[in-house]
Design a protein around this ligand. Sequence first.
Ligand code: CTP
Length: 403
Amino acid sequence: MSVLNGKNVLLGVSGGIAAYKTASLVRLLIKAGAHVQVVMTPASLDFVTPLTLSTLSKNPVYSTFYNEEEANATWNNHVELALWADYMLIAPATANTLSKMASGTCDNLLMATYLSAKCPVYFAPAMDLDMYIHPTTKINFDKLQSFGNTIIPAESGELASGLSGEGRMAEPENIIQFIEKDLESKLPLKGIKVLITAGPTYEAIDPVRFIGNHSSGKMGFDIATAAANLGAEVVLVSGPTHLQMKHNLVHLIRVTSADEMYEVCHQHYESSDVAIAAAAVADYKPKNIATQKIKKTETTFTIELEKNKDILLSLGQLKKHQFLIGFALETENEIDNAKIKIEKKNLDLIVLNSLNDKGAGFGKPTNKVTFIDKDFNIFENPLKSKELVAEDIVNLIVKKYAN
Ligand code: CTP
């Protein structure tokens, strides 16, 4: 999944021949999952039509401060556009537009939007080779970079003038790749390895029957996605679930029983920085697994169970550098029981679910959790979607690594 997925990208188009390539650029941004809006300078309208960019971006395209053709002309709010954007990309950025950006000249909607933008700004210069190496251009590049804007260097090749050299706007594919790489390198969990358990475990009784539970695995999968979205490399060890995982930073290992989950977790624990036990591991398993299907000959039937190994307890005992997070599902004396689990399992944080809270727990899309850290600081949260709970958990990890 691209880092641009779900992000709002504001594309600013200025008037150079490379503007014709912005059709491909918008298409690639949409393909990466971004929401795109386009602002054009008046000069760029000669090179590419707003209709083309509007069709591809599925949004209106803006080039003036108000819509002249409307009977009651409405104002195109540049501040709103700028604040909507997670990222702004100015491509092509002509020498003229770059000079205005550097000096703060505000004579069109694109410039007003640029000056209102608080988000990261990328610019892809496009001009003839002599203009590209002119000292003023160099000064403008330096100035814009000193503002925190990022240059996407021009490429070499044939230019509209007939000359050949540096100054051609980077190809749309290369612009997208550049931005994705740059954003990935700045993600707060880049280089952090996270091990996560999820889902139920199935404990075999015979070849066709098992003891299991109703865990959907959603909480663990959502945490894995949230961590990977922030750049973490995730190993997700999941019991049986229908959930799928497509994130390229999540390595999903499917297991069935608690014993298998235990083995896989221990293989990956040492190299992990963070471990999160979100699985609903079966506490007990049949002592003996029948090799053949058990026939219903008896009127009553007893299965002898033995305790499963506690994966989280073992990870706590082996803990060196790892930040260890456990879950607790309690029905009474919730806080006290959770505190006991923190100490017993040597946790850094516990995520407490209370079954007394409506809308929380197994099979529900929402969860209401309380965080308790190892110093017994308590953080209550309102009822939220599991995706938002996952983001809260991952943000606590970000805070830890920000220090
Ligand atoms: N856990 C685990 N392995 C087990 C059992 C539990 O890794 N065999 C983990 C769960 O993933 C969860 C935490 O331990 O993060 C708490 O599990 P829970 O079942 O609530 O607590 P227990 O320690 O089993 O205690 P209780 O007897 O209260 O159920």
